[in-house]
Design a protein around this ligand. Structure first.
Ligand code: SF4
Ligand code: SF4
Length: 253
């Protein structure tokens, strides 16, 4: 804390010049699947320790297959700590968003395919108005707020947060969307003018995260509304959120 205060007093608060820079080496990002050899089902340490069952270890043609669902991952880093071969390792890249749910499934069997959808409209290419609906613990909301601070300054990328769905082009949903929020979320979506986008911000909004299959039926926003982009993380880094929104802006249908 003192180091941080000292840094800020010395340098001031400076808006980041680089778009979506990699995380510093000592920081923890989401896990990634590498080409390092996995020991296989005789190990399965990562699968056993994962609190959200985001990892599956299997074997095919005598090769160990690691499958990681970033849409279920809460970024606890337990898997990267127990893996002795670095078949699962820390990812410092913050461009983690996907336009489809399958794009969050990482595997050493085949490289993840980047979905590139060509948009029919161009009106959101340069600017978009966003309405936020929070249904969760608010950690994702704090990172969304950070997107508007002087360091990240999301407005310079054309993303403007509005108070009313009547003025919104995109609905940013955080939290696992429990049953009590299904109807309010649908009503908010219906109040938005078309064309309109929906982005699931954070692992809870994507899959329910740690709430998945609980009594509150909080299994993510895709059970209630069509989703145009998925931003994994618990919570996602502000750069991941900004990049996810920009990816949706450039590629929406
Ligand atoms: S970092 Fe993600 S995949 Fe790894 S153990 Fe934690 S929740 Fe599971
Ligand atoms: S990825 Fe690492 S921890 Fe998981 S089964 Fe393979 S070697 Fe073991």
């Amino acid at each position: 804390m003192l180091n941080l205060l000292g840094y800020m007093l010395k340098n001031g608060v400076v808006t980041s010049k680089n778009y979506c820079p990699e995380l510093d080496a000592d920081l923890i990002g989401l896990p990634k699947v590498t080409n390092e050899p996995c020991i296989g089902t005789s190990c399965s340490a990562c699968e056993s320790i994962c609190p959200t069952s985001a990892i599956k270890i299997s074997e095919k043609d005598e090769k160990a297959i690691v499958t990681l669902d970033r849409g279920a991952c809460i970024g606890c880093s337990l898997c990267t700590r127990v893996c002795t071969t670095e078949a699962i390792a820390n990812d410092r890249n913050l461009q983690t968003a996907s336009l489809d749910r399958e794009g969050l499934l990482l595997s050493n069997e085949k490289p993840p395919e980047k979905v590139v959808k060509k948009g029919k409209h161009s009106m959101f290419q340069n600017s978009i108005a966003a309405r936020v609906v929070s249904t969760g613990c608010s950690a994702c909301d704090l990172e969304l707020s950070a997107c508007n601070n002087p360091i990240f300054d999301m407005e310079r990328f054309g993303v403007h947060v509005v108070a009313s769905p009547r003025f919104a082009d995109v609905l940013l949903v955080t939290g696992p969307v429990p049953k009590a929020m299904h109807e309010p979320l649908k009503r908010c979506y219906e109040a938005m003018p078309e064309p309109r986008l929906v982005i699931a911000v954070g692992t809870c909004a994507i899959s329910g995260g740690v709430h998945k299959n609980g009594y509150a039926e909080a299994n993510g926003v895709a059970n209630v509304l069509p989703v145009d982009a998925f931003i994994p993380g618990c919570p996602p880094h502000p750069w991941s959120i900004i990049d996810g929104i920009r990816t949706a802006m450039k590629n929406h249908l």
